[in-house]
Design a protein around this ligand. Sequence first.
Ligand SMILES: [Cu+2]
Length: 506
Amino acid sequence: MKHGPLSRRTFLAAVGATAVAGCASNKTTSPIPVTSPEPGAIPADTTSASEGFNSLWIPPLLEGTTFDLTLAPSTATLLGGKDASTISYNGAPMWGPTLLMKKGDTVTVNVTNGLDEETTAHWHGVHLPAEMDGGPHQVIAAGATWSPTWTVKNNAATYWYHPHAHELTWPQLSKGAGGFIIVQDDDEAALALPRTYGVDDIPLVLTSRTFDGDAQIIAKTIYGDYLLANGTLNAEAHMPAQIVRFRMLNAEVERAYTIGFADDRTFWVIGTDGGLLNESAEVTRLAMVPGERYEIVVDLGSDAVGSVVTMQSFNGGYSLGYPGAEPNESGDFGSLLNNKTFDVLRLLVIDATADGVKNLPTSLANNALWSAADATNERTLSITASGPGAPFTFDVNDQLFSMDRIDQTVVLDTVEAWTITNNFIFGHSFHIHDVQFAIVERSSGPVPAHEQGWKDTFYIPVNEKVTFVAKFDDYASSEHPFMYHCHMANHEDEGLMGQFLVVDKA
Ligand SMILES: [Cu+2]
């Protein structure tokens, strides 16, 4: 076991207290039939992992409309069974509680900064007012509490929260700060999909880390040597012999993943960053860049109890420019995981549950995605190489990010087409706050079926041009900007970021 009983007890105590306080005052009244354990409980199977493996950490659920998060130093048992210093929410080893929200609810999150440096809490993919967004402008000073509130307008999907403080995103994320947000709504709840958290519906965040001689995390590395699944080394999950769902999140600094299974089995993408697809998309490989989420389902119904299915990342054979294809095993851009296939998660098949899902619904959603013809305004951004100290920047002006410069101004309720061109020698992960968009064009070829849903983050390979269309609705401010940036934390911290205002019509 990776997480010893002591750290788990400490964690339960911290989270349990929070959950009770959060839910007693304002319990949700939504009629959605959620199958979930008690708030704050750890729902992971209690059976121990196989020899050489560690049970996948499942972050506890917090439910309701008021959530309390405290970011503070913690520890995780990692390399060689040694405790590594981390920073995390509510005493988790890495990856804090999963916040379960219902569309339509008005929620408040009380975020306390227990670090001795500033932080912010950004709600990635969530549509909310800019002053609640938790970008670099909403600083939470050491010891302070910030309490943003918003009405949940997002579709049922998997979102996440993480620090976004100016030039501190990289080290704070590296040390373990982050967590999932699961939004549920009536449409998704009506579908026969796996929905029992920690049993057949698994949040799965992928990162990798490099350790020093004392088994401590080296915070600002680009590619880690060891894969961590929910912060667990050599992770194993006991999965029932039925259709199971994974809410995948790439929370790497820079590495992309090409997810698949060792036996090359087919699996299905059912959801993108901001909602379910209209229909599931069948794949055998799924590329994910930092910040991206995909919900996938895998059919274990024909797998014998006791058999093993291994989820892997097929990162070999890519050209230089694919994040993680670098051939070197050490140095600034080196890693033991570079340019090869490596294991992500060992699935040990156990008995099916009584109500296990056996068949996937044919139709999942009825999204009316924006098309290029809907756009009434266009913008183009180009990622280019610049001079020394400015390795890459947005737009023709070669300007690194500045907190004091508004780069774009959008008029409220406008549907816009943004075209991003990557003229840099390396692929990037483009992310924009505030909106969910539709990718309408990729210069390399057709937009794949699994990308034809609501998105907030996408891969932009070398020499590619990508156009997305979004409506900038609901929230205007002449004062508080939203961000757009490369979601590779090192690129972001080094200046590959811009900001935009959404303003009322004149
Ligand atoms: Cu980048």
